[in-house]
Design a protein around this ligand. Sequence first.
Ligand code: G6P
Length: 471
Amino acid sequence: MVVVSNRLPVDHEVGPDGTQRWRTSPGGLVTALEPVMRAADGAWIGWTGVADKEFEPFENDGISIVPVPLSGEEVEYYYEGFSNDTLWPLYHDVIAPPSFHREWWDSYLVVNRRFAEAAARAAAFGAVVWVHDYQLQLVPRMLRELRPDLVIGFFNHIPFPPYGIYSQLPWRKQILDGLLGADVVGFQRSADAGNFTRAVRRLFGYTTRGAVVEVPGDGGEVRRVVARNFPVSIDVDSFVQLAKRPDIRARAREIREGLGNPETVMLGVDRLDYTKGIAHRLKAFGELLAQHRLSVEDVTLVQVASPSRERVGPYMALRDEIELQVGRLNGDQSTISHTAISYLHQAYPREEMVAFYLAADVMLVTALRDGMNLVAKEYVACRVDNDGVLVLSEFAGSSDELKQALLINPHDIEGLKDAIVTAIEMPPAERRRRMRALRKKVQENTVSDWSASFLDTLTGRATVPAGIPET
Ligand code: G6P
């Protein structure tokens, strides 16, 4: 088994004395795949996050790690450029305008080929190769050409856009053809899978039957590619264990005390990304305070905005915009003893995140578009007390499963304000009823269920449903 993703599941660290070490990053993907990878003598292929540096393959926790090098220019063109300033905004409903540059595309081609070649070298005969996310959409086709013996899966962690948007991409046919090199192409939502199969029909005229795309080969034979949804999840147990730890529960109380023990703590946790709807959330909160529907004496908003893609233009502009908004809102609404928004432009370890979740009465997830949004699932998993209210955007993939949240349209500021007030005023019995239902949902589909169902479909152990429901 070989996993291919842009980032490796380990972080490269250099100590103050110059010593180097690798630390496993705590992502759900690693947790889910670790047992499978160990059992299957697996290899993980990806970039270390460091430019212009070659690293030898090494073992980490029983998994062999194969670093793929990127030059400084490739980081700029392939990663920051084509991946995060062309595909990312395009696939997220053009919330920010995508930039189309031919040099970026050229670099995307070169880097995808390097990943495909590394996977071809690492895979045993007939191995299963699982390629992840939008940075590597050309890898399935390239790999199939190099190694027709392999079983190839691809999973897209972000949305797949409707045809009217997708068709703007100058390289729309090459990308689809790249994906169709896989045996199974997985998406978060059935709507994403539907957008993909529609694009395939429009651009190639291939027949699709439900979740199956019939791809004609050169010799007239037909290859059947499965395209359907597999909603990703989190390692529920590890969050539950952390949420029960006395030191973390004590830390949650300390956080509330630090905030002056307000009646209600609201929380937002996001990478600082324009897809997350942070400005909409702040606007709604600001208006509620200005109209005296809420008071800073009673309600505080903690906004964790972790630094992300800081050299990409729209991310730099977003940071300025959000920080101006936070500064103005606090200036207008805070008092000496009560700060309206506690804004944290930092990344925290998982333990501290769990303490934040436990400290929050109301969790605000107001994404304008999001493949899944695992923060929503993490909040629910941590609420072992069956308390807390989740306000969730219907534009996040998780809203397909988490229907007992207060579902909102973040563009509708009045609707969002009403939902925030409803969340704050919700009677304890209703909070418990909703949270119980949400917890059940999250427990039914953990990240191991997700990877098992994808891999079972890929290796033919699971049957393919006749159709994908239209949404
Ligand atoms: C999203 C993407 C991932 C990506 C992550 C962090 O979740 O789906 O592929 O790794 O964001 O972004 P970064 O650019 O820092 O890898």
